[in-house]
Design a protein around this ligand. Structure first.
Ligand SMILES: [Zn+2]
Length: 193
């Protein structure tokens, strides 16, 4: 089952190692002013992962420019955190996708699996139906998914990347694809800068 992998601590440790790679790329690139970046991670209290979520999931990797007068904050893309959403990104995708398709899961079932309440599920539905399709990110990328059967988001993404229930690499592919929307400005609406 798709949700079982997402409920294991090793899955989240794996995604943390992907986030560390993404962070390292940002650190090497440095600040736009030319300054060096220092680690300055954010504490997070994510929900929806698993009971024994690794401690590493209690932070979003981030940096701060070392130059006086700049001190700019640089937060790299993440495969764990979908922007400011409290729930872990994989859960936001998975729960919303499970609500769609030929045999949708009931909210009650999802509440039991992930501890996500009805209002949150509704909010995610609005996010995927209304906000996400308006983004410049989706307008640039949607072409490659149009030939696929479903037009429902996020199910079309889920089906494009996830074929087996137990593949961390497939999840990595999906979450790496979405990573650009996890940084500041990543959900900018197309045509508005
Ligand atoms: Zn700087």
């Amino acid at each position: 089952m798709y949700h079982e992998l997402v409920r294991t601590a090793s899955f989240w440790s794996f995604l943390f190692s992907v986030d560390e790679d993404l962070a390292e790329e940002s650190r090497r690139a440095g600040c736009s002013c030319g300054g060096r970046l220092h680690r300055a991670k954010y504490p997070r209290k994510p929900r929806g992962g698993c009971a024994d979520l690794p401690e590493s999931c209690g932070c979003r990797l981030s940096f701060c420019c070392e130059r006086d007068g700049c001190r700019k904050r640089v937060t790299p893309p993440s495969v764990r955190f979908l922007g400011r959403k409290v729930y872990l990104g994989a859960v936001v995708v998975l729960v919303a996708a499970m609500r769609q398709g030929p045999s949708p899961r009931r909210v009650r079932e999802l509440t039991e699996l992930f501890g996500v309440d009805r209002c949150t599920v509704e909010r995610w539905r609005d996010f995927w139906r209304e906000q996400f399709p308006q983004t410049a990110f989706w307008k640039v990328n949607r072409g490659r998914f149009l030939r696929l059967g479903s037009a429902d988001l996020p199910r079309v993404l889920f089906e494009a990347f996830i074929h087996r229930g137990d593949s961390r690499e497939e999840w990595k592919g999906l979450l790496r694809f979405l990573a650009p929307i996890t940084i500041t400005g990543g959900l900018a609406i197309a045509g508005i800068s």
